[in-house]
Design a protein around this ligand. Structure first.
Ligand SMILES: NC(=O)c1ccc[n+]([C@@H]2O[C@H](COP(=O)([O-])OP(=O)(O)OC[C@H]3O[C@@H](n4cnc5c(N)ncnc54)[C@H](OP(=O)(O)O)[C@@H]3O)[C@@H](O)[C@H]2O)c1
Length: 339
């Protein structure tokens, strides 16, 4: 466990999203994958007085025992064979899966914990997926009723994992996410260090969601009666836009110069295949069901509110490092682009 996220909102903030969610009704929550979103969700649950356990991979957890008052930990790492026992999962009533498909495109949780989870008296199993399953729409809007036509290999794997989860007899809710951002996952560090790239591709937009709106929307769903939880729900803000718009605003907030504009067509050949893949799809994802259908009020309706809030939060290099590396394979990836 990396500890409670820096500047993570406390109980008062989550209480409104979780209105109607009685801690005692929740039993114990297991969050599989204590990464960026998983640790933030676990911190919110703990702040609300809900007993929470988070999984970690052994190798990535040099931090030692859980912090006092924070979520408890267990190890789940298929690569080393570390997995919880039935006894470790005693009392678990709710599960959030944040672990992505493995390199072979298989779901590590289903493969290694699926049978164990099926034995639990689960009331809810949330699965974090991606809006990549909708494929390229040339910028057109998609919602939960749209066809899934994944174009990228990783999105096909994701859809296969979603389907494998749906085949299990579990109280499943699939949440489809665009790019996740928040403290430590913003363009600020890249701008400060002069390694941000201002890339323009005409007509191209990206969608995003602030991590605390994922947490808020999950709590909002948990607080609803089971019958009122859609089996598939897009969690996104209300403002798809170009990456040059987000970078421009980030530079404005910092009061720093923007890098020179690079037309996508001119630099595409210099990008890694991974980076190019992020620019190969263009779609707008609608969160109308979340906002209007379920009445969730976004804390960050657009990146502007989210960036302003993130600027006053200390950066968390570990959480954002994978997105911000200057020379890694994803250097030209639009920041926070979904996987
Ligand atoms: N980031 C985005 O922009 C984005 C967009 C759309 C969808 N999503 C999806 O939403 C979910 C949450 O995203 P996130 O950015 O919060 O993810 P994250 O920070 O990368 O956290 C993922 C967690 O899963 C663990 N994990 C990964 N592979 C594992 C495996 N094979 N066995 C056990 N544990 C494993 C990671 O452990 P370690 O810490 O040890 O690596 C980490 O705790 C993920 O499924 C992600 O693919 C993300």
């Amino acid at each position: 466990m990396t500890g409670l996220p820096v500047n993570s909102p406390g109980e008062a903030v989550w209480a409104s999203a979780a209105a109607g969610l009685a801690p005692e009704a929740c039993g114990r929550v297991l969050v599989l994958g204590g990464g960026y979103t998983g640790s933030r969700f676990a911190a919110a649950l703990t702040a609300l007085g809900i007993a929470t356990t988070v999984s970690q991979r052994q190798a990535s957890n040099p931090a030692g025992p859980a912090e006092a008052g924070g979520p408890s930990q267990l190890y789940f790492d298929p690569a080393t064979g570390a997995r919880p026992s039935r006894q470790d999962l005693e009392g678990i009533t709710h599960v959030l899966v944040t672990i992505p498909p493995d390199a072979a495109g298989r779901d590590p949780v289903l493969d290694h914990l699926g049978d164990l989870l099926a034995e639990l008296p689960l009331q809810w199993l949330g699965y974090l997926s991606t809006t990549g399953v909708y494929g390229d729409t040339g910028g057109a809007w998609v919602d939960e009723s749209s066809a899934t036509v994944p174009g990228l290999g990783r999105s096909r794997s994701r859809l296969a994992c979603e389907r494998a989860w749906r085949e299990r007899n579990l109280p499943l809710q699939v949440f489809r996410l665009p790019a996740i951002y928040g403290p430590g996952r913003t363009p600020f560090n890249d701008l400060r260090q002069g390694r941000a790239r201002l890339i323009h591709k005409p007509g191209q937009v990206f969608c995003r969601i602030h991590v605390d709106d994922i947490v808020g929307a999950l709590l909002h769903n948990l607080a609803r009666p089971a019958a009122g939880r859609p089996d598939t729900l897009i969690l996104a803000d209300a403002y798809p836009c170009s990456s040059s718009e987000t970078l421009g605003y980030a530079a404005h907030l910092l009061g720093c110069k923007l890098p020179e504009l690079q037309p996508y067509d001119r630099i595409a050949a210099t990008m890694s295949p991974m980076a190019r893949s992020f620019w190969s799809e263009n779609r707008r994802v609608s969160s109308a069901l979340l906002r209007q259908g379920l009445g969730y009020r976004l804390r960050y309706p657009s990146f502007r509110e989210g960036y302003r809030a993130s600027l006053s939060a200390p950066d968390q290099p570990a959480a954002g490092a994978e997105l911000n590396g200057p020379s890694g394979p994803e250097a030209s990836r639009p920041l926070n682009q979904e996987r």
